[in-house]
Design a protein around this ligand. Sequence first.
Ligand code: ADP
Length: 645
Amino acid sequence: MSQPQEFTFQTEIKQLLHILSHSLYQNREIALRELISNASDSLNKLRHIQLSEEQYRDGAPLEITLEPDKEAKLLVIRDNGVGLTHDELVQNLGTIAHSGSKEFLRSLSAKAEETGGETPSADLSLIGQFGVGFYAAFMLADRVEVVTRSYREQSGWRWESDGSGRFSITPVEGDVPRGAQIRLHLKDDMDEFTDPHRLKFIVRKYSTFVPHPIKLAEETLNEQKPIWVEPKNQVTEEQHTGFYQWLTHHSDESPLWHLHLSSDSPIQFHSILYCPPTNFELMGFGNIEHGINLCAKRILVQDDCRDLLPEYLRFLYGVVDSADLPLNVSRETLQDHKLLPKLKRVLVKKVLDHLASLAEEQPETFKTFYQQFGPILRTGIGQDFENRERIAKLMRFHSTHSVEQTPIVTGGEEKAALPAVSLDAYLQRAVEGQKQIYYLSGPDLNALSRHPHLEAFRKRHLEVLFLDDPIDEFALTQMRQYEKKDLISIDSSEVEFPESTNPPADEVLKPKPKNFTRVLELFRGALDSKVTDVLESSRLTESACCLVNPQGTMSNQLQKVLSHTMKDYESPKRLMEVNPHAALVTRLCELSNNSDNDEFIRDCGRQLYANALILDGMIPDVEETTTRAMKFMEELARTKTAIVI
Ligand code: ADP
């Protein structure tokens, strides 16, 4: 008799086992799903090997069998797939660092903190995605045996553990069939897992679409129907939901939308793509990393093919099945396959077109979609030159128009209404002769909607888009144009107003106050080192001044982002525009008659500049600004009287 070899589980796996064996009762169905899913993966691997290597073909059907034994309190899940060698048992079931176990634990503990301790079943259900599904066995069993023989070996091994921190591996004498048997010695309250009715129910619920027969006493429990090759109108919503749940391991969830595609030329393929209802990235699960299942004539070739969709559509799940793909491609040769980039091009175009029609036909669904996945989708503008306009069409913004329709909610935690203005809707409202699409960016919608730069645009009834996410501005800056109109930040000196919005020629222009040139001169002297120039403004109606970015300079918001990310970044100087008709400026013009007031006027110039910086979300020289404000207050206080008249 050979002696068992003893091993200790990696620390994270020990912690994981502890959580799993104490998990809530209703999570336990997940365990069966995970073990069936592993068996199915193993059968897929073997099928691949058999395609290219004749010596491993034996004609026996590839299948999964459930063998319950009520008396022995035992459930065996058996497959005749690739099996595991001694080293694979050590590596895959216990010791070699599984990055997935760490990540899964992290996501669980983050969730548990939010919910005050208990792990919600929806989160445990993600276990398969982290590559640690096997350990779910300890939800059902207090002792697990894996009896296995690798397709490359003549004899087999027994792996065994009670989940408490150690496992052992022993050689098995005698014949062991190829593949793996997961032998679950069920816990006391797990009788239902030896009940054939209950097992049937669970398999039908979670594993209908497993592409291999799942057998229980000669009966096949699952349909294994490749619904993607069926005609579109013959697939029911129920089937879609079932298939989605199987693909994503998200039980109790339906996809937000699906796209079922079939094409014969130029490439033959069938595909179903699903969009989940929520974005896990927004919930702090890190970057989504799954891919699409790639099949050749219904047989799975690769289950996480990342080459079929670009990064900015990484949230989609689904299957792509092409008869033009040889069955025996391997992961390595697949990368060089000419077909993939072609398939990818078609898929991307179809998805973006689908989203465009969703926006028209099901605006509510589109809204949810945009709220969840907009941040990922928008990064596509910088990544996918070819589809830039298509993606831009899907972007939504707040604007001067939309805040008039739905005022911004201020204070409290309440979020403003979802952005709803598309570039197309904007262009429909554009005025005659408008050559530019105007936007203003900043961190906060509320401040944006009050910005002095908007005055001239409001007066001329020109809509301005509000960009409150730097991604939006990066995207628009990269695009430069949409439908041949320049996208322009309204703090740029390159803004042009359409002629049709100029005030009528017969409208008598208010004369400029006397001495305005002198006031500008004084301001210039005071701000010499800070601005490129001080000039009269034609864009302001109320405010006294604003800062404008000279030609070709980035907008304030982009400059701010850069100054946060680059240590030595220095913002380029800006131009200060002054409104001659603002009450303060008019008064300063009067005061400038007397040169004794020069220093006061210069100080006002400096303070106006500081105020304008603050309005743009930047910080002026703190020491200087507060000292000056103090001086103003003191002077003003001196002019007040304490005598009550
Ligand atoms: P994942 O399957 O996501 O990699 P698991 O923890 O479920 O993570 O399984 C770990 C590894 O153990 C698998 O990658 C596979 O190599 C091996 N394994 C699990 N179950 C089987 C099985 N039934 N047959 C062969 N290998 C298996």
